[in-house]
Write a protein that binds this ligand. Structure first.
Ligand code: TEU
Length: 603
């Protein structure tokens, strides 16, 4: 694709990306509640993470991103912070974080904390003061507005924005007779970034943790911090619904980039890095404005195209059929756009808000699960960008069993959206079953299930009663202990994959991306090309659960297979070219063919 001049420093020809440690890094995301419980209270904790740092080191990751561990009433599992400088007691203490930092640094790994500053908990002292009176000095730290009234004299919220978790984005506060804004739960009031004291307070929180040796932040919904002046009504997108998605007015608002540059100044004092979570952003230009190197804002962002691919227009639990063609278009768009414009991708298929990729993006069949998990790993980890592995993804952990009823789902988003949909579908059993199918496919609960360490009770996650039920239909067969022993396991494969990437950074990190066989409906095929011309990797991925007879592979694949060897694959022996030039690929087969020029040839 062409370059987008507004965001580059004027060069019209794509240059090889500048080298940086964070581009070469692989990041492992830890959801503390479900990772490892060291004291038997049923909830994971920081000492439990420290027990597993060698496991992470052996996997080959360089950075740990820790989801929020701050003091919090846990309405949204820590994304509702009530004190940014204390730790939620069941997770441990600030000293435990110090120990975690030391344990990681000793092993040459880094720690990235979650920075949740679009909103706080309603139990944060700032909000408690803010809501106490109209004249409180903290009143303006949050977004308060007077009600609207309809013709019949009914009180209405100040605008029609829907909360991401359902219902209005506004809650009425009886004490002061105004509404406050909360884009998520009512217990998560939005901070008012228009007030410079709020901005300063955020900078101070960052400084507090950076002084402790934290290496950077993952910034929660960071593109929501600047809202359109006047908070106008959202356009009607969902006919018949009282509240409408308001992202036009709260995502990427007018002062976003000014605020991001402010955050970056703090980070730069420590050579720390930042990855922003940016939902509701689709345009290249908007992403580049935040991540192009010369803009000095964020290093990279989580962009949502892939994880929205199967979300219908009615919201998370409405269905949409996705196609490989669509997936290719998304990947190709971001891979080329970032390369051409000096930006950088964050590569992810899973996190604590998404279900398990092997259940979501491949038909869930036990006999193909290992191959499918390895294929998805190859697909993801050898693209251009920084790789994010979510806990359990390295084992090919799957969604919760289909038979589990809604009572086993605990997430506030799942339960709110489920309740609202049930009201809508009252009496329509077919619609209810369809809804439940979507919950089984996409609920956040699937990724929050306890990490499967071994075949013992609760998968070895806890000796107590886990805060959510462990996947007891699965951990007997799929667990870290067993996979550490098995050289053909998904875990062993991830280790090989991350090593391969690291050993060939010029190809896999800094190389150009080129989509091959764009029109093929079953295969995802791409090349990574070292900018200096010394190496090329060719990837062939069968995205289907059927054998696939590839009659005429593209010339690039044929050449690669003729000239070089398959350095990684998920079948032994890997597929080869037949005498007639065709290839037969097994279900979910993945091949990585690497051609390296001998630099010293002829010397
Ligand atoms: O998520 C932001 C976000 O956009 C969510 O709506 C997410 O995409 C959705 O839940 C997927 O189903 C962040 C955090 O990652 C999430 O855990 C928090 O609940 C949310 O912000 C509020 O802090």
């Amino acid at each position: 694709m062409s370059t987008i001049p507004a965001t580059t420093s004027g060069s019209s020809r794509p240059q090889a990306p500048e080298k940086a440690w964070w581009k070469e890094a692989s990041v492992y995301q830890i959801y503390p509640a479900s990772f490892n419980d060291s004291d038997g209270d049923g909830l994971g904790d920081i000492p439990g993470i420290i027990q597993k740092v060698d496991y992470l080191g052996a996997l080959g990751v360089d950075v740990v991103w820790l989801c929020p561990v701050y003091e919090s009433p846990q309405i949204d599992m820590g994304y509702d912070v009530s004190d940014y400088r204390s730790i939620h007691a069941p997770y441990g203490t600030v000293e435990d974080v110090d120990r975690l930092i030391a344990a990681l640094h000793e092993r040459r790994m880094r720690l990235v904390m979650d920075l949740v500053v679009n909103h706080t908990s309603d139990q944060h002292v700032w909000f408690r003061e803010s809501r106490s009176s109209l004249s409180n000095p903290k009143r303006d730290w949050y977004i308060w507005k007077k009600p609207r009234w309809d013709a019949a004299g009914n009180r209405l919220p100040p605008n029609n924005w829907a909360s991401v978790f359902g219902g209005s984005a506004w809650s009425w506060d009886e004490t002061t007779g105004e509404y406050y804004l909360h884009l998520f739960c009512k217990e998560q009031p939005d901070l008012n970034w228009e007030n410079p004291d709020v901005v300063q307070a955020v900078h101070d929180i960052m400084t507090f943790w950076l002084d402790k040796g934290v290496d950077g932040f993952r910034m929660d919904v960071i593109n929501f911090i600047s809202k359109s002046p006047g908070l106008p009504d959202a356009p009607l997108k969902l006919p018949g619904q009282e509240f409408q998605p308001g992202d036009l007015h709260y995502a990427n608002g007018p002062r976003l980039h000014e605020f991001l540059r402010g955050l970056r100044e703090v980070l730069d004092r420590y050579d720390a890095f930042a990855i922003g979570e940016m939902p509701c952003v689709k345009e290249e230009q908007d992403v580049l404005m935040a991540v192009a190197a010369d803009r000095k804002e964020l290093n990279m962002i989580f962009q949502f195209d892939i994880v929205s691919i199967d979300i219908g227009s009615g919201g998370k639990f409405t269905s949409k059929t996705w196609s490989l063609a669509k997936m290719k278009a998304i990947v190709n768009k971001w891979q080329t756009c970032m390369y051409d414009n000096n930006g950088w991708n964050a590569l992810f298929l899973e996190n604590h808000d998404q279900s398990r990729s092997v259940s979501r993006f491949t038909p869930h069949r036990p006999e193909n699960r290992t191959a499918a998990a390895k294929m998805l790993a190859t697909f993801l980890a050898l693209q251009s960008g920084t790789v994010f592995v979510y806990q359990g993804q390295e084992l090919g952990m799957a969604n919760l069993p289909r038979e589990w009823p809604i009572d086993e789902y605990k997430d506030v988003e799942t339960l709110n959206l489920y309740r609202l949909a049930m009201q809508q579908h009252r009496g329509d059993s077919e619609a209810v079953e369809q809804l439940m199918d979507q919950v089984r496919l996409k609920a956040r609960d699937h990724s929050r299930s306890p990490m499967q360490w071994n075949a013992q009770q609760h998968g070895g996650f806890t000796t107590g009663t886990p805060w959510v039920r462990a996947n007891d239909a699965d951990y007997m067969h799929c667990n870290a202990e067993q996979q550490l022993r098995d050289p053909t396991s998904v875990l062993a494969y991830w280790r090989q994959l991350l090593r391969l990437r690291k050993q060939n950074v010029d190809v896999f990190v800094y190389g150009r991306f080129e989509l091959l066989a764009a029109a093929d409906p079953s295969l995802f095929c791409y090349r990574r090309i070292d900018p200096s011309g010394y190496g090329v990797a060719t990837l062939v991925l069968n995205f289907t659960d059927c054998e696939y007879e590839w009659q005429v592979p593209p010339a690039e694949v044929v050449e690669a297979l003729t000239a070089a060897r398959c350095v990684l694959g998920n079948y032994e022996p890997p597929a080869e070219l037949n005498g007639d030039g065709s290839m037969r690929l097994k279900p979910f087969e993945a091949l990585v063919i690497l051609e390296l020029e001998d630099l010293y040839e002829g010397a």
